[in-house]
Design a protein around this ligand. Structure first.
Ligand SMILES: Nc1ncnc2c1ncn2[C@@H]1O[C@H](COP(=O)(O)OP(=O)(O)OP(=O)(O)O)[C@@H](O)[C@H]1O
Ligand SMILES: CC(C)(CO)[C@@H](O)C(=O)NCCC(=O)O
Length: 315
């Protein structure tokens, strides 16, 4: 009840139909290439979801992007300086397995449709996790995804370089296959028009990090943020479903960190996945992720089968 009051005061709420109707007055036609890209992404993903939910979100983001550019021009004229535009950063937060990286990919396809922001890159904050070596040393192997498992200092360094217009900024690379940071491999972010940064920790503060001497928030660098929400019951189900998908594919490779999970009976694997959910990801959701939801510019709430039922936009 208290939460409901907070939402109605701070956010404008739309149900699925109301949100969809917002895009009726603005023409937006997907190209065949975009449809092919979206279809190839994920076989469970529905194009109806793109039309009803993600196209209106991208139209809104285009409005925010353009107004940001206009504001920068006016301010620079006032100050008598001229800086070239720096990447506009959109953050996507939410639980493990809620669909952050899928949403990021859809938005990348849609947002690159506009000439003013045709270059859109994605980065996951998984790449700022400490290496397993550091996590083992600090006794944090069962805290992956918790605030203390990230190299926040490196993440802030990265964001600060992006926002100062550095032409090429490097980020580490994380692999779910080896369950670790990949040695000597990097992703290069080349001054895109938009950077989509997705990760469960992007709306968190860094006050937990004893290695950072100043209180900075990654969200200080975000221009717009989206929190993807769902009930814990659904999230646990999606986590288990994905765990079983990985078990049948990635984990079955002998070099996979979790090869063991593909060797045991399915019922045992499900039991393990439930346990990981309860002790790590579900706990992290309640302690560290959900409390950041009310910091987002936009909150989208999913129901069964990842169908988005509600959208809330900060007033
Ligand atoms: N809109 C959608 N429709 C159907 N399935 C989806 C949708 N979004 C995500 N999924 C499925 O849900 C699972 C989790 O999605 P995804 O990997 O995008 O989540 P995530 O939030 O990025 O997870 P993590 O934090 O662990 O990286 C995947 O199996 C994905 O295929
Ligand atoms: C890397 C994260 C934290 C986020 O993507 C997550 O996928 C993870 O590995 N969590 C730790 C518990 C687990 O293995 O699911």
């Amino acid at each position: 009840m208290k939460q409901d009051k907070l939402f109605t005061e701070q956010y404008v709420q739309f149900n699925r139909q109301q949100w969809y109707e917002l895009s009726h007055s603005i023409p937006f036609t997907l190209t065949e290439e975009q449809i092919a890209n979206l279809k190839s992404m994920n076989k469970d993903f529905s194009l109806e979801e793109v039309a009803k939910i993600y196209i209106p979100i991208s139209l809104l983001l285009n409005i925010y992007f353009n107004s940001d550019v206009k504001r920068q021009v006016v301010v620079q004229n006032f100050l008598g300086i001229h800086n070239s535009h720096v990447p506009y950063i959109i953050g996507i937060a939410g639980s493990v397995a809620v669909g952050k990286s899928t949403a990021a990919q859809v938005l990348q396809v849609l947002l690159s449709h506009w000439t003013e922001h045709s270059k859109v890159q994605i980065l996951t904050t998984d790449c700022f996790l400490h290496t397993n070596k550091v996590l083992q040393h600090r006794g944090l192997m069962h805290k992956k995804g918790f605030p203390q498992s990230y190299d926040t200092h490196n993440m802030i360094r990265f964001l600060s370089e992006i926002k100062s217009g550095t032409p090429e900024v490097i980020a580490p690379l994380y692999s779910h296959f080896i369950y670790d940071i990949v040695p000597n491999s990097y992703k290069i972010i080349q001054k895109p028009d938009i950077l989509i940064l997705e990760g469960l920790n992007i709306l968190q503060s860094s006050i937990h990090d004893l290695h950072t001497s100043y209180p900075v928030f990654a969200s200080d660098f975000l221009d717009f943020s989206i929190y993807i929400d769902a009930s814990e019951e659904l999230l646990q189900g999606w986590y288990i479903k994905r765990f079983l998908k990985f078990r049948a594919r990635e984990f079955s490779h002998p070099n996979s960190y979790f090869n063991y999970y593909s060797q045991i009976p399915e019922a045992k694997a499900i039991e393990i996945a439930i346990n990981i959910w309860k002790k790590i990801n579900g706990l992290n959701l309640k302690q560290n992720i959900l409390p950041t939801r009310k910091r987002a510019s936009l909150i989208i709430t999913k129901g069964k089968n990842h169908v988005i039922e509600q959208v809330r936009l900060r007033r």
